[in-house]
Design a protein around this ligand. Structure first.
Ligand code: ATP
Ligand code: FE
Length: 335
């Protein structure tokens, strides 16, 4: 990053290995981080045309995430900071997922909400300040949206990662073929604006996953061919319907007239489409990152680091461990 300009976005991926095992194996992910650190740093500096000396600050994901991979990243960043004398910022990965919007759309507006839909999280946030005040309005009480995509893809025999493959196959199916349950949307969970239900802004996707499993079983029991494309399309419609309607409701109730979208599932075109339609009719200005900045990447971490520097937040220093320290405490629970 130079100011808010992204000079290079170098991403090292161990996805091929994870595909072989049908999911992320923590040990493999940690080793891949170790192998990739120096080559990725070298190639990023080269592509950006800068030397380590010219860098003002270093930002690293401190959590949440897989502890082995986090420890490799944080240790490497600390070593780099120590060797170069540059200030080090530990970054909350989740805030970075939604904060990536500053890369494309510039300065953030006021009255801002964020919808985080990733492999491990599904949350609605109120972003008073990206670097000091992010509040949780609602979250999943079981599976995350991306996790549901991955589990349903496995159920349908479609492989890993589930999001992109379900999105592709869903295009050939009928989203109205099967009416799958919309988690936590019954009146008893939603309540009214005066008397909100306990899970008004929360999500649940594990019932949906079970419903898909039962549906597949029924076809198999009858000896019929499983209509994979219709199931994929109907599953996706259920996920996207709930996420978009709950996000819009939360924004309206909290006076949030702007919404940032972020996280791996934000790459999904049906989600982007329906959210755009529902935000437009609710008068909410939506900011959607380019698809390649939705799934995990270093640029979003660098962008939040640059914002911390710009906001004159003191560096985290070397004394923090993973999943702790200043950046993780950025998310303060509203209730
Ligand atoms: P977290 O950020 O919560 O710690 P993570 O870093 O593992 O989790 P991300 O990289 O943000 O997750 O996103 C990966 C998830 O996004 C996977 O579950 C994947 O299936 C999902 N995903 C990726 N592309 C798409 C897509 N086009 N449609 C739906 N889901 C997608
Ligand atoms: Fe992520």
């Amino acid at each position: 990053m130079r100011g808010t300009d992204l000079l290079v976005n170098a991403v090292a991926s161990s996805m091929e290995e994870h595909v072989r095992f049908g999911g992320v194996i923590p040990e493999i992910a940690s080793r891949a981080h170790l192998d990739a650190f120096v080559p990725t740093l070298d190639s990023a500096l080269k592509e950006a045309g800068v030397t380590l000396d010219e860098i003002d600050a270093i930002a690293v994901t401190s959590g949440p995430g897989l502890s082995g991979a986090l420890m490799v990243g944080v240790s490497a960043a600390k070593a780099l900071a120590l060797a170069t004398g540059k200030p080090l910022y530990g970054i909350n990965h989740l805030v970075a997922h939604v904060g990536v919007g500053i890369l494309d759309g510039g300065k953030l507006p006021e009255n801002l909400g964020a919808l985080l839909v990733s492999g491990g999280h599904t949350e609605i946030l109120q972003v008073n300040s990206l670097t000091s005040d992010v509040r949780l309005l609602g979250a999943t009480i079981d599976d995350a949206a991306g996790e549901a995509y991955d589990k349903v893809a496995r159920l349908l025999g479609l492989g890993y990662p589930g999001g992109p493959v379900i999105e592709r196959i869903a295009k050939e199916g009928d989203p109205k073929a099967i009416r799958f349950p919309r988690g936590l949307t019954l009146p008893k969970f939603i309540g009214t604006e005066e008397e909100p239900g306990k899970h008004r802004h929360d999500f649940s996707f594990s019932g949906l996953k079970t419903a898909v499993a039962r549906c597949v079983e029924q076809y198999q029991k009858r000896g019929e061919e499983v209509p994979v494309a219709d199931i994929a399309a109907s599953f996706q419609e259920a996920v996207v319907d709930v996420i978009t309607s709950k996000a819009v409701r939360a924004c309206q109730e909290h006076g949030l007239t702007n919404l940032l979208l972020g996280g791996g599932v934000a790459a999904n075109s049906r989600l982007r489409e329906l959210l755009a339609v529902r935000c437009a009719s609710a008068g909410i200005a939506l900011r959607v990152p380019p698809r390649n900045l939705c799934t995990d990447n270093g640029a979003m971490v660098a962008a939040l680091g640059a914002q911390l520097v710009a906001d004159q937040v003191l560096p985290t220093g070397l004394g923090f461990s993973t999943d702790s320290g200043q950046p993780v405490s950025l998310i303060s629970l509203a209730n």
